[in-house]
Every structure is written in C-alpha cells, then in structure tokens.
Write a protein that binds this ligand. Structure first.
Ligand code: ADE
Ligand code: ZN
Length: 320
C-alpha cells in the first residue's frame, strides 16, 4: 500500500502546485484575464513544453500577496502530508514574484509562513529553494540570484534553475550560480528533460550541482550514467511530469528503474502536479504499480531523498 510509505519530495514548483480553482478565484478577485488558460474540463490548457511554460507563467501571475502564497503553500503541504509526505522542498521564483508585483521579502515570508502552519497542523517539514528561470535570460538570472541571497530565511537551503532548457548555454548562468554558492546554498539544476544527455553533461561540467532536476535523458548515454553513479549525483525524477509532457510515451517506457539499476541515486517528485494531473502520491503509486516494485524498494526512493535533501542533519535525523 503506497499510501503508508513515507514520502519525501525534492522537486515541486510552488506556483505549479496551484489548483486551477484557486487560480480562477484569485484571477476574479484581482480582475486578471485568464481567458484561454483552462480547458473545457477546468484543467490547465497546454499542448507542449513551450505552451506549458506559458500557462505556468500566467497561472503564477494571479498570486499577489504574502497571504496568497501562505495559503497556497499551506494547502499544498497539507495535501501532501495527507498522502504520506513527511518532507518537501519547494522551488520558488524571485522572477515570478517580481512579475507578479510582490516584494520578494513578502513572497518568501508568505511561503515560509505557509510551511510553518502546515508543520504545526500536520507535522510535514518544508524547505525552500529559490530558482532562476532559464528562459528569462542570464541578466535576469544574476539579479534573481542576488535577490535570493540578499533576503534569506532559515528555510532557504538551496538554489537552482528551471525554465526552457533549449535556450542559452548553461555556462551563461554560471555567474548566477556562483552568487548562490558563495552564500552557502546547495545547488540543483533542471537538465535532461526536454534536451538529451549532452545537456546533463554540460550542466555537470559548468555548475557544481549535487542534484539534477529530471536528468532522466541521461539514459541515452552509458558514459554519462556511469559518471552520475560515480559522482553520486542525485536525480529529482518526476515521472508523471515526464509522461504528461511526452518525454516518454507512457509509464512503461519511463527509465526510472533502469537509472536506479545502473547505480544512480533516484528520487520521486511531482514537479507541477495539477498541470500534469498528478500528485506525489500518485507518482509513487504509478512507479510501484508499473514496475511491480516492493514497498521496500519504494521506501528506498524516500531514503535516497532524505540523504539528498538540502536541509541540515538534525532535520534528516528526525525524518529517518
Ligand atoms: N518550471 C516548472 N516546471 C518546469 C519543468 N518541468 N521544466 C522546466 N521548468 C519548469
Ligand atoms: Zn521542475
């Protein structure tokens, strides 16, 4: 029974966790036009990676106040706790805050407050990873990195990059990552999702990351797989997201078990759950059912995630 397996999520974008109903409600409250954002069933409308990122950017734009973000974060963490999640790292985005017109301190404060409330009511522990967005370009990235290190909170533990992997070179963003590394933040970066193994290799060569967001397309290159295993790089695998975005034509084709069997450290996360009609509980369940894994094997994904979490050891000891 997957429901009873403790789960740890290392890869979820906070705005990407917003349920369509909440986005509709806030859009009405703030008189924001969200025409075309939803399909006939009320879910998010997108048809490929580019239109997904556009839909994501639009949904993010309806959150305006610290309380909007506190409510979003508390709602997401409580729902996760009810699926057995004990610890979650959420990605936040200084660029999306700026575009929404909310001061970064209020944005961060709201998200942190939502985590405090969820921990108090349901025991789930949350930590925060500010991200730069690749499609907003290297100049915005440097500014976002400076914003992120200037205004910290005890829950901020890492720094990363999401966005359109097809744009720019990863080396263009090395200065932004250097700002974060200098401030003591641990690094992760999306790669090997829409682009292939060469994107993962370029990321490892350019940025001192401990984890890769997705990274699943490393499966296309045996040398890279050996490198990931040898260097103990952890993959934040989001199988439901990959299947929804068409990276793999169905769950049976997903390489999560082949990556694990090659000795690579693999974890399970939901990415942007309502966009992909998933939840972290469903992702765990689909992996278990599709590949007929035992509860012990599922628990191993959670243990790998605890080891790879960016929080300090005291928190990890409590989780184990
Ligand atoms: N931002 C939110 N979700 C993302 C994904 N799956 N890939 C890249 N950037 C993202
Ligand atoms: Zn992601």
């Amino acid at each position: 029974m997957t429901r009873t397996i403790p789960k740890v999520e290392l890869h979820c974008h906070i705005e990407g966790a917003a349920l369509p109903d909440l986005v509709r409600r806030l859009a009405a409250r703030y008189h924001i036009d969200v025409g075309g954002l939803f399909d006939a069933d009320g879910g998010y409308r997108w048809h490929d990676f580019t239109s997904f990122l556009e839909a994501y950017d639009r949904a993010a734009s309806v959150f305006k106040t610290a309380e909007d973000f506190a409510d979003l974060t508390e709602t997401y963490l409580v729902a996760s706790a009810l699926e057995g999640v004990i610890y979650t790292e959420v990605f936040i985005s200084p660029d999306h805050a700026r575009r929404s017109g909310i001061a970064y301190a209020d944005y961060l404060g709201g998200i942190s407050e939502g985590m405090r409330r969820a921990e108090e009511s349901h025991g789930i522990v949350g930590r925060i990873i500010p991200l730069i967005e690749r499609h907003f370009g290297p100049e915005a990235a440097i500014k976002a990195a400076k914003t992120a290190v200037h205004t910290m909170d005890e829950r901020v533990v890492g720094f990363g990059m999401a966005g359109d992997e097809r744009l720019y070179e990863v080396t263009d963003f090395a200065p932004a990552f250097a700002v974060a590394a200098e401030a003591g933040l641990k690094l992760t970066c999306h790669a090997g999702e829409v682009c292939g193994a060469e994107s993962v290799r370029a990321t490892l060569d350019a940025i001192p990351v401990r984890r890769i967001g997705h990274g699943v397309r490393a499966i296309e290159d045996a040398d890279l797989m050996r490198r990931l295993a040898d260097e103990e790089i952890v993959l934040e695998v989001c199988p439901g997201s990959n299947v929804a975005l068409g990276v793999y034509a169905g769950w049976p084709r997903h390489p999560i078990v082949r990556l694990r069997d090659a000795g690579i450290k693999v974890t399970i996360s939901s990415d942007d759950p309502p966009f992909f009609h998933t939840t972290v509980g469903r992702d765990y369940r689909m992996v278990q059912d599709t590949f007929t894994l035992s509860d012990r094997e599922m628990l191993a994904f959670t243990q790998t995630a605890i080891d790879a979490a960016f929080c300090d050891e005291t928190v990890k000891t409590r989780l184990r």
